[in-house]
Structures are given as C-alpha cells and as structure tokens.
Design a protein around this ligand. Structure first.
Ligand code: GLN
Length: 239
C-alpha cells in the first residue's frame, strides 16, 4: 500500500464491471479512491456483481448505495478527503445512515476515537469521518515487518466456507466498543502468529453498528469475498 496509488489516478470514475458469475446486484457501490488499495476493493465488488464506482470528489458521493473506504494510510486519506471536500458531505451521509465498509485505514477513518492519533507538523491530530462508537489503536499489532495472517471465526457470514483467512498489515485493533456496536471477529492469542504483542488477550478486529462495517484486516487482498458479501447484504437490508 503506498501513496503511489494517488499519483496514478485514472480519469474515469466508473469502472466497467466484469461479467458477474452470480446474480447481478446492480448496486452502485463507491470506493474512496484518494489513496490506498482501492483497486482491490473495486475488483472484489465487481466479482460480486455490484457496480463499483471510484470516488474522489464530493459530487461522486451522490447516487451511491454504499461506500468502501480502503486500506492505506489513514492520515493521507483524511488529509486528501478534507482537501477534496469529500470529508464533510461524507460525515453528513454517515450520520444519515449511509452504508459504509472500512478496511484497516478505513476502520480508523470510521472510528469516533483514535487512541493514538498521528499529528501533523503543526501538532494537529488526524481526524476521522466517525460514525462508529469505537476507539481504535493504530498499528496496534506492530509495524510493517510484524504483518501477519491468521484464521478468524467471523459472525454473520457463510461459515460453511470455513474460517476467514485474514491478513493484517499495520492494522489497528479496537480497544473500546460502545453499546450499539456488535463484535464480529476477534484475534485469538492462541492462534495469532505473534502472541507477545497481544499480551495474551483476544483483540477485536471486526465490528458492525447499523449500516457501518469495519475490519482491521484486508479481505480484498486474499480473494476472501464474504466480508464484501455481508456488506452487500447490509445494503440490501438482508443482514
Ligand atoms: N497503519 C495504517 C494507518 O494508520 C493502516 C494500515 C493499512 O491500512 N494497512 O492508516
């Protein structure tokens, strides 16, 4: 994940959907494409029969059924979203019940509170769009070289297809959840590859509240489709 993604912005805002293997959902789902691994989310949504639309400008938030905020660097996405005028309308939409799924940096951007926000050169802490009554800790599992993979029991998805294989790359964990927030998955210290950093405790890595869904990990990079499927079911009012 690098800020290089930002230097290669395609000019078109609508990505032609691949022929869907399953029934077309026809849903227009935005993917915030300011920085990070938005292309992987676009590809996953297209395979599931949605119509992914990259979003960089405020007007591109209109006429969407939902939005995905990708993994990347939450400080960069925050700054660019404010610079491009996307942050305020997005916050407003979230408060009105707009469905949003955030992976990794996207989870940080949906959190109402960051335990350890980064500060810019003038000492201003990073901001979030908010909406999820959670406190996240950034890079909680360690830096890039402590990236790890593990299998998770994930609620509300098709269990018959086995556990969710989750890849964590400088991911956050959730330190506090409000009453409205449902925990969907936790990393079990027995099965994580670096039990030392977990301090022997389970750590919350997937949550849902109303129309907001967030994961500390990146289903978009492993071919795991069930998290996006859950998000599509949420948009359709089926989950
Ligand atoms: N550590 C990053 C951040 O703070 C998130 C990493 C990721 O999205 N893979 O935004």
């Amino acid at each position: 994940m690098s800020s290089a993604a930002f230097e290669h912005l395609p000019t078109q805002s609508e990505t032609p959907a691949e022929p869907a293997p399953s029934a077309q959902t026809g849903l227009r789902i935005g993917v915030l494409a300011l920085q990070g691994d938005f292309r992987e989310h676009v590809a996953t949504l297209a395979v599931l029969g949605a119509r992914p639309v990259t979003v960089r400008r405020p007007e591109e938030l209109d006429r969407l059924d939902g939005l995905v905020i990708p993994g990347g660097e939450s400080t960069s996405i925050d700054k660019l979203a404010r610079a491009f005028g996307v942050a305020e309308p997005l916050k407003r939409k979230i408060s009105e019940g707009f469905p949003v799924y955030g992976s990794c940096a996207g989870m940080i951007l949906l959190a109402d509170e960051i335990a350890d926000p980064a500060q810019d050169l003038s000492g201003r802490p990073q901001e979030t769009f908010g909406g999820l009554d959670i406190t996240v800790r950034r890079n909680a599992f360690g830096r890039q070289r402590e990236s790890f993979e593990t299998d998770l029991d994930f609620k509300d998805i098709d269990q018959a297809r086995g556990p969710v294989h989750a890849v964590f790359i400088r991911g956050p964990w959730v330190e506090r959840v409000g009453d409205s927030v449902e925990v969907l998955a936790e990393v079990d210290p027995q099965h994580a590859s670096h039990t030392a950093t977990l301090g022997g405790r389970s750590r919350i890595v997937a949550v849902r509240s109303g129309n907001l869904l967030a994961t500390s990990f990146h289903p978009e990079v492993t071919g795991e489709r069930r998290v996006h499927e859950l998000f599509i079911r949420m948009i359709k009012g089926e989950a």
